[in-house]
Write a protein that binds this ligand. Sequence first.
Ligand code: NDP
Length: 271
Amino acid sequence: MPDRYAVIGNPIAHSKSPAIHAAFARQTQQDIIYEALLAPLDGFDAVVTSFHLNGGRGVNVTVPFKEQAFRYVNDLTERARVAQAVNTIKFDGDRVLGDNTDGVGLTRDIVHNLAFPLERRRILLLGAGGAARGVLGPLIAARPAEVVIANRTAARAAQLARVFSSHGPVRGGGYEEIGYARFDLVINATSASLDNALPPLPPDIFAPGALAYDMMYGKGLTPFLAFAEAQGAARLADGLGMLVEQAAEAFFLWRGVRPQTAPVIETLRKA
Ligand code: NDP
């Protein structure tokens, strides 16, 4: 009998997670089934509980349920506790463990796949929502020179910076507070690309050799990446590698086996 896993979200039909985990399972010869479950906006807890009672071993959680998942679990990894959001749940007897693999997914994609070390870099993080919160801990842990958070609602960025101030050098505010600074890495963790919109960025923010990273994937040259290209950013990347890396970390938590991500990223890019 294969072990059952699922991704839960709303909407969920276009999720790439079932294809990614099926590829990991084939590669590592793990006997699992991985489904996509649509939960009503007010029905997350009921869908997870039913899946668990029917033999489910773990779930991934996506938009808009990561904060509900944080409240649902009865145990947390340190990185999920810091992020206050859960994207991976492991059922282990009475223990319902919540983890957050988004941050390690992002840093692994940037540092290993894109070969862009983070130590001593100046990083500009756009957005102060769930994704930004999830990646801040691992970003600061990579020992950059500084992380600046810029957000449309300035108070949210300032608040996020306060929460992480004991982790390392970080400050936050509105876009107008970016000033004339230049950054080695600019990460778009806003959902602006979903609406084909561009955060209100000042010009000349990219330092020589800079990487522009949009967490959005599957949208080609987003307004943010087009802006970065026009402004002379040396390298552009979308969030597909992050998606596969966060999935690999979840797979490792569940199965104790770490799949190879490069062939899976390559297959998804071709598709
Ligand atoms: P949230 O809804 O929690 O946060 C949205 C953020 O975007 C807020 O900071 C909001 O600002 C800002 N924002 C929205 N529209 C605009 C705009 N037009 N201009 C400027 N800022 C804007 O979303 P998440 O943090 O969960 O997700 C953010 C993005 O990251 C999504 O596109 C998601 O697909 C992507 N993502 C990708 C992952 C991957 O594996 N590649 C993993 C997780 C997320 P304000 O606070 O002012 O409202």
